[in-house]
Ligand binder design. Structure first.
Ligand code: FES
Length: 146
């Protein structure tokens, strides 16, 4: 547990850290007074990112994280805890048309291989990657290989 309190300025912060086999994670936090740090601390908590390297910086005020934080993004596959960012990364690394990329996602990340409720969203993501709309020029289509 890390704590900071400044009664005169009305500031209070507390971080509950838990050591796990994969590293130290934030399990809960409390901010009173200046709560701007919520924006980046919440990402550490929700994405279960390693928090050990932050140490006492977790008690720092302000909306900017003292170290860069990369959110894992929205969870797409609940069964296998696969996020939007992981799927985007895999799609960018893959080749082929929609079916090949979908098969590659399922083989590498296992998303969509349990209950299947995320498969429609996965198919939308694959389709958007393979055949981007006119306003979406960020991905390089590779549909010629399908
Ligand atoms: S939510 Fe993806 S397989 Fe169940």
């Amino acid at each position: 547990m890390l704590r900071y309190a400044d009664r005169r300025k009305g500031q209070r912060r507390a971080m509950h850290l838990v050591r796990q086999h994969s590293g130290t994670r934030l399990e809960g936090f409390l901010l009173a007074g200046d709560t701007r740090a919520e924006s980046w601390i919440k990402i550490l908590l929700q994405d279960e990112l390693p928090a050990e390297s932050y140490g006492r910086l977790l008690l720092a005020p302000g909306a900017t994280a003292p170290k860069a934080i990369r959110s894992r993004g929205r969870q797409i596959c609940t069964c296998l805890n696969v996020t939007h960012a992981a799927i985007d990364e895999q799609l960018a690394a893959g080749t082929g048309g929609a079916e090949e990329r979908m098969a590659s996602l399922q083989a590498s990340l296992k998303c969509g291989t349990s209950c299947g409720s995320c498969v429609p969203e996965l198919r939308r993501m694959v389709q958007a990657f393979v055949a981007p709309g006119p306003a979406d020029g960020l991905h390089s289509p590779d549909s010629s290989m399908s």
